[in-house]
Design a protein around this ligand. Structure first.
Ligand code: ADP
Ligand code: MG
Length: 285
């Protein structure tokens, strides 16, 4: 999707989201019987779960398991064929608290905007599409860029960023939006270990702000070690819970069948969810 299209879509979505109160007792997100059928077939079947405020959850499952579809449905970018999402007990369009960070490979990075412009897109829901940002909005944007350590990159064109910086820029946009729920589609894919650790550092900062984070991933080891709970998906929601329960051998077999690969490392057997060539960063044989 081009960045501009995504911007327009998000803007429309955020404009619809304004001025609705939260039900404080309800979970931040409740999904009931979500199903998604494309012409090509079913992508998600009857998924039901709840997320609690402030938790960090990993979504894992093989390629085509419906991870991106689920994130888009929660973001309101896509309507489910069946089922319902509630945010704090209400329909999601009643809220401004959700930020959706697309997979980097789906973004047109040649679109001529600066890092600060993209972060300012996060303010559109608060500003309205046609009002100019006020100095407070620029303050929020610059603070968000400082949090993700892109303070010195505000005027940089987005095509000049590294993969890790691109991801941090999207997090800044979500911070500028003052998001309470962040949905991140494969933010770690194609990043080196240092860039991944930078993102985890920011996620730790988000935890102190009680931001709930739902992230799709390929690395089962990372999911089991760095997240509060893990959701295992293969069209059906096979498990959600603590990693040792959700990623039991039975569940993994149900999700991956014979495609799960275990790589022996110094730390023991490292399960690789499934190999992916999404961004051309690596290939498998
Ligand atoms: P994942 O992110 O886990 O790899 P996706 O949600 O992208 O899975 O895709 C789930 C299934 O739905 C796949 O079979 C994919 O080909 C299909 N799919 C995803 N998006 C669309 C779409 N816009 N139109 C048709 N089929 C789609
Ligand atoms: Mg995906």
């Amino acid at each position: 999707m081009s960045l501009f299209k995504e911007f327009k879509k998000t803007s429309r979505h955020l404009q619809r989201q304004q001025h609705h109160a939260h039900d404080a007792d309800a979970p931040i997100l409740r999904a009931e019987n979500l199903s998604m059928r494309y012409e090509s077939g079913s992508a998600l079947e009857n998924a039901s779960f709840s997320l609690q405020e402030g938790e960090r959850i990993a979504i894992v499952g093989p390629n085509g398991a419906g991870k991106s579809t689920l994130l888009k449905i929660i973001a309101g970018v896509q309507m489910p064929t069946e089922g319902e999402i509630q945010i704090y007990g209400q329909k999601p369009r009643g809220h401004i608290c959700i930020a959706y960070l697309p997979q980097r490979s789906q973004v047109d990075w040649s679109f001529p905007v600066t890092v600060a412009d993209v972060a300012m897109m996060g303010r559109i829901g608060k500003l309205g599409l046609f009002r100019n940002p006020k100095s407070h909005d620029w303050d929020v944007v610059h603070q968000a860029l400082e949090v993700v350590k892109l303070g010195n990159f505000a005027k940089r064109q987005i095509d000049q960023l590294s993969g890790g910086q691109q991801q941090r820029m999207f997090i800044a946009r979500a911070l500028a939006q003052e998001a309470e729920l962040m949905l991140m589609d494969e933010p770690m894919t194609g990043l080196d270990v240092t860039s991944q650790e930078d993102i985890f550092g920011i996620l730790d900062e988000l935890r102190t702000r009680d931001v709930t984070v739902l992230i799709s991933l390929h690395d089962l080891k990372m999911a089991s070690e760095r997240f509060d709970r893990v959701m295992l998906l293969n069209k059906h929601l096979l498990a959600i819970g603590l990693a040792e329960e959700a990623l039991s051998p039975e569940h993994l077999l149900a999700a991956y069948g014979g495609t799960l690969q275990l790589i022996p490392t110094a730390e023991g057997m490292l399960p690789i969810g499934d190999t992916t060539c999404c961004e051309g960063d690596y290939e498998h044989v």
